[in-house]
Design a protein. Structure first.
Length: 444
């Protein structure tokens, strides 16, 4: 017997059209807003007619609707904050209750892959003071990005318009084409640098075909994601077999022309979204991927990711590129980065990014974000759980003390190596009884 289940959409193509309106409809300004509003209305009609709307589709509509409504100028700050908080609370609670029922929210989030910071923020909305808009907006964007990767991205790729036929339809083929194009660009740039080795900055921008293809990929959500993920793979932005504290001067030199071309807005592409997507993916690599074999603050990969973020957002060589973008776009990306640092205040790389960005910030902004960071640490330390607030505070203090001790030990090791001119291979690391990192001389 064939069992049939009623769904909200009449055909699979209707679901793909809905996804295209939610995510890939990034046309100019009002067109994108109208497409997303139409998608939200479609989901509301499904629910009104009593159809079986999937949880992921319903949550996507809730998030997109809240993000669209908060742009209205007639709403005051409290109304925007309440609307965003309600949307986040609804999405987190619905997701955890449906995918992992009868479980604590944090355990359900770990089981489903939902970012744990969203659960902490949801608990703050329910039991503490309302978070500011600067924390709620990136949280909603993060939840929307999680829904894309967990539900929408796994669907078949949408049919492309005739103007975009050069982009492959299937996600696997798209990733392979992006990777091969970036390899061609890297090889061309290495040849240019060798040819112009007498110049400090070199000349050339790699293959023009690669830049053209990258600009075309930026026009779709799936294309932007494939491009960003390929850039952060090994041997691209981050050199292969990179060690701790290895300089990234060569990588900055090779890839700066391409990143500059992608950040500069043009009429034919949506380059202004590249900086935001690049920043979001880099932050997810720093804060969300927790299954590394190395300690987070001793991971050379995360160190390189943080260096790239600071290079693009604060380095003087990228100042001209940042000035070509609208000031509000650059400011929103910087606020997004600082907000993620506040949401992940216990993570050691949050301190590294915050210190690097606030060096060039104004005094008022510096005090504001410092206060938010301290408040976030206080909220996390007092988060209720099985162990109680005192245990959370103890864990935070131990994490901060351990991070400080590890960096001091590494700096001492670097000073010792420079003074004695010994090889780094003479030393090996060992885990101490209190969770720190110690160093001893290798036996020969």
């Amino acid at each position: 017997m064939v069992y049939r289940e009623a769904t909200a959409f009449e055909s699979f193509e209707e679901l793909l059209v809905l996804r295209d309106e939610f995510f890939t409809a990034n046309r100019a300004g009002g067109d994108a807003r109208a497409a997303k509003a139409h998608a939200v209305e479609t989901v509301q009609i499904y629910e009104y007619c009593g159809r079986n709307v999937p949880i992921a589709v319903e949550c996507t509509a809730i998030l997109v609707d809240a993000l669209l409504r908060q742009e209205k100028k007639e709403l005051d700050q409290y109304e925007k904050k309440s609307m965003l908080a309600l949307a986040l609370h609804r999405v987190v609670t619905t997701t955890c209750d449906n995918y992992a029922p009868h479980m604590p929210l944090l355990s359900a989030a770990i089981r489903t892959g939902l970012p744990r910071n969203l659960v902490f923020l949801r608990n703050r909305i329910a039991h503490h003071e309302m978070p500011p808009t600067t924390l709620l907006l990136p949280a909603l964007e993060k939840a929307l990005d999680w829904l894309w990767h967990e539900f929408w991205k796994k669907l078949e790729e949408p049919v492309l318009t005739p103007q975009k036929r050069h982009v492959p339809v299937h996600g696997g083929r798209l990733a392979e084409e992006v990777k091969s194009s970036l390899k061609a660009y890297r090889n061309a740039r290495i040849a240019e640098v060798k040819k112009n080795s007498s110049q400090k900055t070199g000349s050339g921008t790699g293959t023009p075909e690669t830049v053209t293809r990258c600009l075309a990929w930026l026009e779709t959500y799936s294309g932007r994601q494939a491009l960003i993920e390929a850039l952060f793979q090994e041997k691209m932005l981050i050199p292969a077999n990179r060690s701790w504290n290895d300089p990234l001067t060569g990588a900055f030199h090779l890839w700066s022309p391409l990143l500059t071309s992608l950040c500069i807005p043009t009429r034919s592409s949506h380059s202004y979204q590249f900086l935001e997507t690049f920043t979001k993916h880099a932050l997810s690599l720093l804060f969300e991927q927790l299954f590394s074999s190395l300690d987070p603050c001793l991971d050379p990969f995360r160190q390189a990711v943080a260096a790239w973020l600071l290079f693009i957002l604060t380095h003087p060589s990228c100042k001209a590129t940042r000035e070509t973008l609208p000031k509000e776009e650059v400011r929103s990306v910087v606020e997004l980065t600082l907000s993620e640092c506040v949401l992940n205040a216990v993570n050691p790389w949050a301190t590294v990014l915050t210190d690097g960005i606030l060096k060039t910030a104004r005094e008022g902004e510096r005090k504001y974000w410092r206060a938010l960071l301290d408040e976030a640490l206080a909220v996390v330390s007092g988060e209720p759980g099985k162990d109680g607030g005192d245990q959370w505070e103890k864990k935070v203090k131990c994490s901060v003390a351990r991070r400080k001790r590890q960096f001091e030990e590494l700096n001492h090791l670097e000073d010792t190596r420079e003074s004695t001119r010994t090889d780094k291979s003479l030393y090996v690391s060992e885990r101490t009884s209190d969770g720190g990192v110690g160093w001893k001389r290798r036996c020969r």
